[in-house]
Write a protein that binds this ligand. Structure first.
Ligand code: TYD
Ligand code: MG
Length: 433
């Protein structure tokens, strides 16, 4: 195989032996969009049509900005076992009271799915089930029952046998998505494709089809914790960044109303290396516990283990502590994590992380009523972050009384006293480190 024309085969050395193969999906001309045949002033363009319809699963509808759009294709990606099939079965059941829907299961047998539906109370009258692995079978079933909502579980296990590639290969995955997208548009049928993601967070199969679908949702969480996070990575019909939260339990996935309470439920105040940070996910505020453990090492290359945090941020905080605060933990083993399986990417966590590292190194806990909120620059200076009052209001609701903040941060809401500092050294002094 070669990606472009070559006179001589690099494998066997034969001249003119390479035969051009065209990926049928790449080669296919895209479906023409249903646009008018002449340009219109933008204000005269009919904006109706793409109206989302609620699925009835509130946290899912929140992430979708209302629900699934008829004719739209949504990809739900996540690691195996995270709960994708469960989530979609529940969504299908909610929609299937009076309307016809279709679940194509290409991974589990019809019996398995039926048993799960029994257990979860998802035996809705309009919900149809087809165990099949070919696109033709799916398309035939769609023609037959004309569902308003189609779920294909998963896009990696359904295939078009005519293409010859193995199921799950990029060519197949794209072909399946293209076929489903075409029928979705033609029938104005909301379509959801399930896609597995590999352990290292790569949307291995699904990544190749992000541009072929309208919406990409990512379902995340730590399989050992009950909390599941759903977010929109791409959304043609609305905003991304909104977060849906579920708890996986005996009765399937249940929306979580008080995530901060849940996340801090197992926390033991008074342990060195633990700092609570109010982070923002979409429009929601979550109080998370950032934990650090700094220990001596027997290794030449000290260990760095990070969970739920960006390893680059950790490296930066270690460097800033070393250079600007005289706390040298660089040669030591460092473990840092966000408890509860949440992933935090925003710089607002910097200050909390740096304080957690210093607290672990000193073997001294922060006061139990303190949260930390701020970005730390490379010069050790503290910078304010967005939505500070809302974040601190949530901290106050959960009983926290003081917040370590950059000097520039706006006044905190009632119930929270500000402990202000210009830089990280100042912040460390404020909490007795
Ligand atoms: P599943 O939806 O099959 O995950 P995916 O489709 O993403 O691979 O859910 C898998 C896990 O969820 C499985 O380990 C069992 C667990 N689970 C529950 O804890 N409670 C339930 O009610 C269900 C249906 C599953
Ligand atoms: Mg599944």
């Amino acid at each position: 195989m070669a990606a472009r024309w070559q006179g001589r085969c690099p494998g066997c050395g034969e001249w003119d032996g390479l035969v051009a193969q065209v990926d049928p999906v790449v080669a296919a001309t895209p479906e023409p969009l249903p646009l008018g045949d002449r340009p219109l002033p933008i204000a005269e363009v009919d904006a109706r049509g793409a109206v989302p319809r609620p699925t009835g699963v509130l946290e899912l509808d929140r992430v979708l900005g209302g629900g699934l759009v008829p004719g739209g294709v949504t990809l739900v990606g996540g690691e195996p076992g995270i709960g994708k099939s469960t989530l979609l079965l529940q969504a299908l059941a909610e929609r299937s009271g009076r309307e016809t829907t279709l679940l194509v299961s290409a991974e589990e047998s019809a019996q398995q799915v039926r048993r799960r539906a029994d257990r979860l109370g998802c035996l809705a009258p309009g919900l149809h089930l087809l165990a099949a692995t070919t696109t033709d079978a799916v398309l035939a079933a769609v023609e037959e029952i004309e569902p308003v909502l189609l779920v294909v579980d998963s896009v990696q296990t359904v295939a078009d046998p005519a293409l010859g590639h193995t199921p799950g290969s990029p060519g197949q995955v794209r072909a399946v998505a293209a076929a489903m997208g075409a029928v979705a548009k033609k029938r104005s049928m909301a379509t959801v494709l399930v896609g597995h993601v590999t352990k290292d967070g790569d949307l291995a199969g699904p990544r190749v089809l992000e541009h072929l679908v309208d919406t990409v949702l990512s379902f995340e969480g730590d399989r050992h914790h009950a909390l599941r996070l759903l977010r929109a990575v791409k959304h043609r019909f609305g905003a991304t960044g909104e977060l849906g939260l579920f708890e996986m339990g005996e009765r399937g996935l249940i929306g979580v109303d008080d995530p901060s309470g849940m996340l801090l439920g197992d926390r033991h105040p008074g342990i060195p290396g633990s700092v609570v940070v109010p982070v923002q996910e979409g429009s929601r505020i979550l109080l998370v516990e950032v934990q650090a453990l700094v220990t001596g090492t027997i290794l030449n290359n000290p260990r760095r283990s990070v969970q739920g945090l960006d390893s680059g941020r950790l490296a930066q905080m270690v460097a800033v502590l070393d250079r600007h605060c005289g706390i040298s933990i660089t040669p030591l083993d460092i473990h840092a994590a966000v408890a509860g399986g949440v992933r935090v990417n925003e710089p607002a966590v910097d200050l909390g992380l740096a304080l957690a590292l210093a607290s672990s190194q000193a073997g001294k806990a922060l006061p139990a009523d303190v949260v930390a909120l701020g970005e730390v620059g490379l010069g050790g200076e503290l910078r304010q972050v967005g939505s500070s009052p809302r974040r601190l209001a949530e901290a106050a609701r959960l009983g926290f009384q003081r917040a370590v903040l950059p000097s520039s941060a706006p006044p905190p809401p009632p119930g929270i006293n500000a402990l202000r500092a210009d830089n990280l050294s100042g912040a460390l002094k404020l909490v007795g480190l």
